[in-house]
Write a protein that binds this ligand. Sequence first.
Ligand SMILES: [Fe+2]
Ligand SMILES: [Fe+2]
Length: 315
Amino acid sequence: MNTATGDTRYRKVLHNSQRVTWDIDADVIRFRQLDTDCKFLPDSLSLVAQLPFLNQEQQRLFSQVQGRTYAYLFGLIERCINAKVLELGRTHSLGDQTAVAALLKFVQEELKHQELFRRIEKLADRALPPGYRMTTDPDSAAGAMLRKSTWAVLALTCFVEIFTQAHYLHSIRDEDELSPLFKDVFYYHWVEEKQHATLDELEWQRVHDAMQPAAIDAAVNDLIELVHMLDQILQAQASADGDYFCSSTNACLDQDRCNAVKACLLKAYRLQYLVSGAQIERFQHALSSKVTPQQKQRIKAAFAPLIACVASVPG
Ligand SMILES: [Fe+2]
Ligand SMILES: [Fe+2]
């Protein structure tokens, strides 16, 4: 269905997104600063328990560094997502006007989210020790990712927008020891991401239905390359964050412990951005309905070393 009156699924998403819309200053930040007496990310995502030699203050800093990176990397990935959604909106422009409106609302929200994450980065810069480094430029990363097929970019988008909801619901929402401002950032992010994930599923299916089997097979390779690209971004940031953490005045660790910190950061980032999402049934269902068992096996094999890294016991 692609008429001027609109598909009811896009209409429902648009209605929901209009109902929950929020403002960065009035609803989220509300003149607050990031409180360094609190953790930013929960232990279940930061894996801090795997570094038993850290004292309480160091554990808090470890979580704050990861929280800062979590906001930075979401902003980075959303640069790519938004460019693709803008392009998809144009493909509806002479048809379903409700779909155009829903996708434009999606784009506006992602622009707002990126602005929110930049504001959080400024607050983190004020609150945390100097020397933090962002290793990947969002425009360069998005440019490289957007050279892959739309099917693959939509698969990755759907993956990210489903796991961010799972992180909020299962790991952030009920954690009392987290920074109230940081929790609010991911609460407000979640309420809008719920609609995004539904639009991702609709658009991914629409693009998929128009493709030939050979193009889908090539797109599976693209998805695997996107996973590798994301992992390279995580490796670079884990290394920089390890240096930053270990050189901060609050840490002062010897080389062996610094190496353990870096290994734990990479493991945590792989858990957050790749492994946790791969295990969510909603994403598995959307993927399985589009690929052959052999193609699914190739994707599974790409994830296998990442899952093994996350499951490994610290040495
Ligand atoms: Fe977002
Ligand atoms: Fe989103």
